[in-house]
Design a protein around this ligand. Structure first.
Ligand SMILES: [Cu+2]
Length: 150
């Protein structure tokens, strides 16, 4: 009886290992083929006060988001509404517009707080603009994040 139980556990363990490695295989392939090399990663917090840097300082004409030229940049937008705020129930969705393109992020809200946009920067002097495309609390502060290539 004891021996049979051990065997059964062994068989179950083997089946589990086999099926979980099968499940991981396509995932591993998908991640490797779909993620281009990212040179620069930047985190931008989003709340009703505006777009904020990692220290919680609002980006403005005096505090511009600066990127290096000709790099693949991934900007991750993080839902940053305070739990005490009415805007905590809000949803944001960010778009970035370049010279002849616009890229949209996924929506971010309390249950899905991060989304990112990846793009290749141009030469020094090029500017991009990021803005929320949803009707949200604070939308007047989320309409013009200036991103400058320096
Ligand atoms: Cu918004």
């Amino acid at each position: 009886m004891m021996r049979y139980r051990v065997l059964k556990i062994f068989v179950l363990a083997t089946v589990f290992t086999f099926s979980s490695s099968l499940a991981q295989l396509p995932l591993a392939l998908a991640t490797s083929s779909h993620s281009p090399k990212v040179d620069v990663e930047i985190m931008v917090r989003v709340n009703q006060k505006g777009f904020l840097d990692q220290n919680g300082k609002v980006f403005s004409k005096r505090n511009i988001l600066q990127l290096p030229e000709e790099k693949v940049v991934r900007i991750t937008f993080v839902f940053d509404e305070a739990m005490t705020s009415l805007a905590y129930g809000d949803t944001h969705q960010v778009a970035i517009t370049g010279e002849d393109w616009t890229k949209e992020s996924d929506k971010i809200w309390m249950f899905s707080k991060k989304t990112s946009i990846t793009f290749q920067t141009g030469e020094e002097g090029v500017r991009y603009r990021a803005y929320c495309i949803l009707d949200c609390i604070g939308m007047e502060h989320l309409n013009n994040l200036i991103i400058a290539v320096v």
